[in-house]
Design a protein around this ligand. Structure first.
Ligand code: UD1
Ligand code: CA
Length: 475
């Protein structure tokens, strides 16, 4: 039978010091939530080792928010355990086993071979670290029943100190229980462990809360015996926890740099990578060029040879090959097909579908509209709730009057239409293919195929009157 490992992610604590709106486990990092990181890394680890697995998450504080997020995102690959009161990390694991038994009690073999314990707030622990810690327990030919990842902290304040046994094993002394001899110890507990499940269950049954905090400490599962092992990791930075806004920023920066270097590896060129913000889920094709100050959020899928100029903010958008996004353009929830040029200073609001070779120029706003292949809207326009057919040219200062104060209405413009400057289309209205709208027209009636429409007042010209007019003005 395949070896099975369960992950327990501890996320019931309050995280008082992290002053954000969201509950701590849902702190945003690069467009993901903090709790996504251990889940994703654990999945990578079990996949590589081809282990059977499941993930349990202990929730407590603001549990409804965490539950709502997790159930939506992970549906059936994880399960939740509720810890009613935060009585300590050992109590959290007890809540986990209670939920585990309720859920899996029908299975013939109830428990996994191994249980990996990790905190929701240490997102830098990677699949390879899990793999390394796991190797320390499985390569021990059955003697070792528990391993803990430790590191050397320049400032060990707040961490459990690792007290190595005289002969073998180790135990952990928590901050509140330190004495003068243990206070100076620099080797500390990372809070990341793997247990043989049978040992963990046995150890939990013996853990008491007779310490200065009155909490049930999971760290009491370790003892000075040959069966437990403290595994010292060289790079302690990977155990950096998110307890403050400063640490959240620092961790986000680490992820961002990694994200950018992996894109760089794939052939994306950054003019100044430090000034660019790119979420975890963004994809960019090779030979694309990213100028300083670009922000890419959510699931953006950007093609090859795309140019993203300075100051552009792009969210949740698909951009095909060879598109140029000129400086200071703002785009949300849209699709931009190949070779289109957008901006500078353009605003594509949600559901803009911009066709191949389209040109959207400066100070143009598009909302919920389809601009088919080759359309040009080059200057100062608002195109909302509209459809514009292939190769049509929309002049400067065009406005779809899509809102009558009560409802939104649609404007339909056919193929090869020419719309002169400073026109309005009062929706609902249809301007059929091959028609021509003279400059300055306010279109309120449909124009048939090939029609010519002019809708402006006639000009009155009085020869020689300018001088007289100005003279009367001055008096
Ligand atoms: C814990 C360790 C400490 C280690 C440190 C590393 C214990 C007793 N101490 O201390 O040795 O150096 O992590 O960061 O484990 N949680 C629950 N339910 C609870 C209590 C905590 O789910 O009842 C969760 C928290 O949400 C958090 C994690 O467990 O994700 C750790 O709890 P926390 O109170 O932060 O422990 P530390 O004092 O940091
Ligand atoms: Ca902590």
């Amino acid at each position: 039978m395949k070896t099975k490992i369960s992950a327990v992610i501890l996320a019931a604590g309050e995280g008082k010091r992290l002053k954000i709106r969201e509950v701590k486990a849902l702190a945003p990092i690069l467009g993901q939530r903090m709790i996504d990181y251990p889940i994703e890394e654990f999945k990578k680890f079990v996949h590589k080792r081809s282990l059977d697995w499941d993930v349990g998450i202990v929730i407590g504080h603001r549990r409804d928010e965490v539950r709502e997020y997790l159930e939506k995102k992970y549906s059936d690959s994880i399960f939740l355990a509720i810890q009613e009161q935060q009585l300590g990390t050992a109590d959290a694991i007890n809540s986990y086993f209670k939920a585990y038994n309720e859920r899996f009690v029908k299975h013939s073999d109830k428990h996994s071979d191994y249980t990996l314990v990790i905190c929701a707030d240490t997102p830098l622990i990677r699949a390879e670290d899990m793999d390394y810690l796991f190797s320390q327990i499985i390569e021990s030919s059955n003697e070792i029943v528990a391993v803990a990842a430790t590191f050397l902290a320049a400032n060990p304040l707040g961490y459990g100190r690792i007290v190595r046994g005289n002969v073998n094993g180790f135990h952990i002394v928590e901050e509140k229980d330190l004495d003068n001899s243990t206070r100076e110890i620099k080797e500390v507990n990372s809070g990341f462990y793997i247990f043989k499940t049978s040992y963990l269950i046995q150890a939990l049954s013996e853990i008491k809360n007779n310490n200065n905090a009155g909490e049930f400490y999971l760290t009491d599962a370790f003892e000075d015996s040959a069966a437990v092992k403290a595994v010292l990791f060289n790079n302690g930075n990977k155990f950096l926890g998110v307890n403050t806004l400063e640490q959240l920023e620092e961790i986000e920066k680490i992820f961002r740099r990694e994200k950018i270097s992996s894109l760089r590896e794939e052939g994306v060129r950054f003019v100044d990578a430090d000034s660019v913000f790119i979420d975890y889920a963004v994809k960019i094709g090779r030979n694309s060029l990213v100028y300083p100050g670009v922000v890419l959020e959510g699931e953006c899928n950007i093609g090859e040879r795309v140019v993203l100029e300075s100051g552009s903010v792009i969210r949740q958008t698909i951009i095909e090959n060879d598109v140029v996004i000129k400086a200071y353009t703002y785009i949300e929830d849209s699709i931009i097909k190949s070779k289109a040029q957008i901006g500078p200073f353009a605003h594509l609001r949600p559901a803009s579908d911009i066709g191949e070779n389209v040109k959207v120029g400066n100070f143009v706003e598009v909302k919920k509209s389809i601009l088919r292949k080759g359309v040009k809207v080059s200057h100062l326009s608002y195109v909302g709730d509209a459809e514009v057919g292939e190769e049509s040219n929309v002049g400067c200062g065009f406005i779809t009057c899509n809102y009558d104060g009560k409802k939104k209405h649609k404007t339909t413009i056919g193929k090869n239409v020419f719309i002169g400057s400073d026109c309005q289309a009062v929706a609902p209205v249809e301007i059929a293919s091959n028609s021509f709208v003279a400059a300055g027209s306010t279109i309120t009636e449909n124009i048939p195929e090939g029609g010519f429409a002019i809708a402006r007042s006639r000009q009155v010209t009085k020869p020689g009157m300018a001088k007289r007019f100005l003279a009367t003005e001055k008096k």
